[in-house]
Design a binder for this molecule. Structure first.
Ligand code: NAD
Ligand code: LMR
Length: 340
C-alpha cells in the first residue's frame, strides 16, 4: 500500500451524490486498492449535520484505505492540500429562477471555491465539477483559481452522458456495454449535447453505424433512430430520471464521477472516452470554453488529452456548433455578471 494518503475533497458532502460517492471512494473504487485516502467533506451550515452523519457511517465501515474524514463549512480547510476535488454542491434551479439567476447563484459558490483551491490545494490538484451548470461552473472555478492553478486542471462531468449513450446502444444492439468503444459526447452537459456514434466500434471490429443499420433494417432507419430516439433520449435522460424517479440522478452520477477521475488518474485504457475539458481551439471550439470532447488519459500528470483529427460530417458539425453556441452564451452571461 502506498504510504502517503491522497486528499480527496467532496463539496456537497451532505447531499445525495456526495453520499453515493464517498463510500465508493473510501472503498478504493476511484483511486485503486493501493491508495489510502483522506476525505474532506465541504458543506454549507445547513448541510453540516447530514455530512457529519455520513462521516459517522464511513467510520462504521472500517475501510482499510480510509485514513480520516473531516467535515467543514470552510473552503480553505476543505481544500487544504487537496489533490482531487469533486465539486458537487451547487445551487439548484428553483421555480421562477431565470438562467441568469442560476448562473449568478452558482458563480457565488464556484468563484470562492476556485479561489480557495488556488490558495491552498496541492500543486498538482485536479478538479471535476459535477454541480450544474457543470461546464460553466468549471469555467468560473478555473478562472477564480488562476494564476495559482492552471485552467486545464479543471474539468466537468459528461461521463454520465457518455455512459448513458453506451447503455442505450448496448440495449439496442444487444451487446454488453464493454463491447462498445470510441463513442464520444460533444459539447455541454445539457439537452444540446451531441452523443456521437459515428466513430464507435464493437469488440468484433464492426463499426456501430453498420451494426445499427443491420439491426434496424437499413441506413435510413439507423439514421432516423439516431436522430429521433437515441440523441434526444440520451440528451434528455437527466429530465427523464427526474420525472420517473422524482429527483435527479444520484448513483449513476456518482458512478460516472468515479469513472471520470479513475480514468484520468489511472489511465483510460484503449479507445476514447468523453470529458468536458478546457478548449485550446480544438475542433473549432473557442479557446477557454470547458467543452466535452473525445479524450484519453495515460494516467500521467498530463491528465486528459483531447484526441484530435476525427472526421465530422455536416450533421455532426451542426450539432456540435449548436451546443458550443450554448456554452458561449453561458460564458457571456457570466462575463456580463462581471465574474470572468
Ligand atoms: P443535493 O441537493 O442532494 O446535494 C447538494 C448539496 O450541496 C447539499 O447538501 C447542499 O447543502 C450542498 N451545497 C450547496 N451549496 C454548497 C456550497 N457552497 N458548498 C458546499 N456544499 C454546498 O444535490 P445532488 O443530487 O447531490 O446534486 C448535486 C449537483 O449535481 C446538482 O447541481 C445536480 O444538478 C448536479 N448533477 C450533475 C450531473 C452531471 O452529470 N454533471 C448529474 C446529476 C446531478
Ligand atoms: C443529469 O444529467 O442527470 C442532471 O444533470 C440533471 C439535473 O438537472 O440535475
Amino acid at each position: 500500500m502506498a504510504s502517503e494518503p491522497t486528499t480527496v475533497t467532496i463539496t456537497g458532502g451532505g447531499g445525495q451524490i456526495g453520499y453515493a460517492l464517498m463510500f465508493r471512494i473510501a472503498a478504493g473504487d476511484m483511486l485503486g486498492a493501493d491508495r489510502p485516502v483522506r476525505l474532506r467533506l465541504l458543506e454549507i451550515p445547513q448541510g453540516m449535520r447530514a455530512a457529519e452523519g455520513a462521516a459517522l457511517e464511513l467510520q462504521d465501515c472500517a475501510f482499510p484505505l480510509l485514513v480520516d474524514v473531516d467535515v467543514t463549512d470552510d473552503p480553505l480547510t476543505a481544500f487544504n492540500g487537496t489533490r482531487i476535488a469533486l465539486l458537487v454542491g451547487a445551487r439548484p434551479r428553483t421555480a421562477g429562477m431565470e438562467r441568469g439567476d442560476l448562473l449568478a447563484a452558482n458563480a457565488g459558490i464556484f468563484g470562492p471555491q476556485g479561489k480557495a483551491i488556488g490558495a491552498v490545494a496541492d500543486e498538482d490538484v485536479r478538479v471535476v465539477v459535477v454541480g450544474n451548470p457543470a461546464n460553466t461552473n468549471a469555467l468560473i472555478a478555473a478562472a477564480s483559481a488562476a494564476p495559482d492553478v492552471p485552467a486545464d486542471r479543471f474539468s466537468a462531468l459528461t461521463r454520465l452522458d457518455h455512459n448513458r449513450a453506451v447503455g442505450q446502444l448496448a440495449e439496442t444492439l444487444q451487446v454488453a456495454a464493454d463491447e462498445i468503444a470510441d463513442l464520444v459526447v460533444w459539447g455541454n452537459h445539457s439537452a444540446t449535447q451531441f452523443p456521437d456514434v459515428s466513430h464507435a466500434i464493437l469488440a468484433d471490429g464492426m463499426p456501430v453505424p453498420d451494426a445499427l443499420a443491420e439491426r434496424l433494417g437499413g441506413r435510413e432507419q439507423a439514421t432516423a433512430w439516431l436522430d429521433d430516439v437515441f440523441i434526444p433520449r440520451v440528451a434528455k435522460r437527466g429530465a427523464e430520471i427526474i420525472e420517473v424517479r422524482g429527483s435527479s440522478s444520484v448513483a449513476s452520477a456518482a458512478n460516472a464521477a468515479i469513472d471520470h477521475v479513475r480514468d484520468e488518474q489511472l489511465g483510460s485504457g484503449r479507445g476514447l472516452t468523453s470529458a468536458a475539458v478546457l478548449s485550446r481551439g480544438e475542433y473549432g471550439v473557442p479557446e477557454g470554453l470547458v467543452c466535452s470532447f473525445p479524450v484519453t488519459s495515460r494516467g500521467d500528470r498530463a491528465g486528459y488529452r483531447i484526441v484530435e483529427g476525427l472526421d465530422l460530417d455536416d450533421r455532426a458539425r451542426g450539432r456540435i456548433d449548436a451546443s458550443v453556441a450554448e456554452l458561449v452564451a453561458e460564458r457571456d452571461a457570466v462575463r456580463d455578471l462581471g465574474v470572468l
